[in-house]
Design a protein around this ligand. Structure first.
Ligand code: ZN
Length: 257
């Protein structure tokens, strides 16, 4: 079996700047090899390889703008600890520009502020964003998943619900909007968020046709707050697929250690 090396590796250069007392600068380069996660399509890796300086500049900007675990990878293979709870949870209020489907909703401060900005913009166009689910604790997710298993069987439940610890909702930066059904995609709110969410830092986690990549069926209502910079980065380099970008960043951080 032959291995496509381009897919597995790319080389990048680190420019080390050394300043002398004379204010002249000396540049030297060192080559490193980075192992790209095999899940990321070859065409995306090739494009990154061909535009390495620009890519690294964008990556650096995104990593520097990251606060409070905003870009941590949480999926079926990368669970959060059972006791992980964001320390800046903020209860959602009915006095804000968005609407609530229940009273016990909360998000991190950053995510709530970004939701408010997005909801204000939507409101100007006569659209109300309805929040139906937000932060979920490990225990809550455990009960939810078990209920779905009882109702639909384990195999089917795995396609639309996360095992405890593997839900992005545990991060406190994720919202399920509206009806939490496929019908949401065709509502004015669903179409508006799909088009404008990234301008406020919200990214669709489980897009249509990517179940094999994300592990979940299309969820038109499930958005994760990752910040505007990361949304633009995802669109520019990763085919607008959040999973590819987060897997890449996860591998990148681990290999820098
Ligand atoms: Zn969700």
């Amino acid at each position: 079996m032959t291995v496509n090396m381009n897919k597995l590796f790319f080389k990048y250069y680190i420019i080390i700047t050394v300043f002398f007392f004379t204010t002249t600068a000396l540049f030297s380069a060192e080559t490193k090899t980075f192992h790209v996660p095999s899940s990321i399509p070859t065409n995306l890796v090739d494009r990154i390889n061909k535009n390495m300086p620009e890519f690294l500049q964008d990556l650096e900007r995104v990593l520097q703008s990251e606060r409070n675990n905003l870009l941590v990878l949480v999926d079926k293979r990368h669970p959060l600890p059972e006791d992980y709870k964001p320390d800046n949870l903020h209860p959602l209020s009915r006095k804000r520009a968005y609407a609530l489907n229940r009273n016990d909703l909360s998000l991190t401060n950053d995510a709530e502020a970004a939701l408010q900005r997005m909801a204000q913009a939507a409101r100007k166009e006569g659209i109300t964003l309805l929040v139906s689910s937000s932060y979920r604790s490990y225990l809550y997710q455990k009960n939810l998943f078990n209920r779905y298993v009882r109702e639909s069987g384990e195999k089917e439940a795995e396609r639309f619900s996360a095992r405890p610890g593997t839900s992005q909702h545990q991060l406190g930066t994720v919202i399920d909007f509206g009806s939490i059904t496929d019908a949401f995609a065709d509502t004015t709110a669903g179409k508006w968020i799909y088009r404008h969410g990234s301008e406020y830092g919200w990214s669709l986690s489980f897009p249509k046709g990517y179940e094999a990549v994300t592990g979940y069926i299309w969820e038109s209502w499930h958005y994760r707050y990752i910040g505007k910079e990361a949304c633009a980065f995802q669109k520019k380099w990763f085919g607008d697929i959040q999973q590819y970008m987060l897997e890449f960043i996860d591998a990148w951080k681990k290999q820098q250690k």
